[in-house]
Write a protein that binds this ligand. Structure first.
Ligand code: DQA
Length: 140
């Protein structure tokens, strides 16, 4: 199988911003570990990150026919982007929503995701391990 790990707005700041919440590893370091993890299981994986909402929609649209699943941490877009929600609903590639932090234990606005209803499932609160658990959900 082949997967796309897609990160949205501000996730390029992982390892730099709010380390107590998101950890001290950079997104590049996390992605390198995920690549090893997937390849060790015999699966392929690509990575993309963007701070632009429309570009994130394009990554989702362009995943059609190329990937068996998408692991998506949309960052703050999660809480209000109907455009990303519609992009997920438009494709037949399953999307697992991911958050490193436990969004339910944080500010009120983070408790609402406009994406979950159109995703296959959601994994949150396990730090960088959330990505691994989401990937694993596709082959377990
Ligand atoms: C996040 C949670 C979001 O609320 C926040 O805006 C992020 C990261 C997470 O991984 O915990 O940027 O998606």
């Amino acid at each position: 199988m082949k997967f796309l790990v897609l990160n949205g707005v501000n996730l390029n700041m992982t390892g730099v911003r709010e380390k107590g919440i998101y950890g001290g590893e950079t997104l590049e370091q996390i992605n390198a570990e995920l690549k090893q993890f997937c390849e060790g299981q015999g699966h392929g994986v690509d990575f993309a990150q963007t701070n632009l909402e429309g570009e994130l929609c394009s990554f989702i649209q362009n995943a059609r026919g190329k990937y068996d699943g998408i692991v998506l941490n949309a960052g703050a877009f999660t809480h209000y982007s109907y455009a990303i929600r519609d992009a997920i609903a438009a494709i037949d590639v399953p999307v697992v929503e991911v958050h490193m932090s436990n969004v339910h234990a944080r500010e009120e606005f983070r408790k609402k995701s406009v994406l979950t209803e159109v995703c296959k499932g959601e994994i949150l609160g396990f730090g960088k391990k959330s990505y691994k658990l989401a990937l694993e959900s596709f082959w377990l």
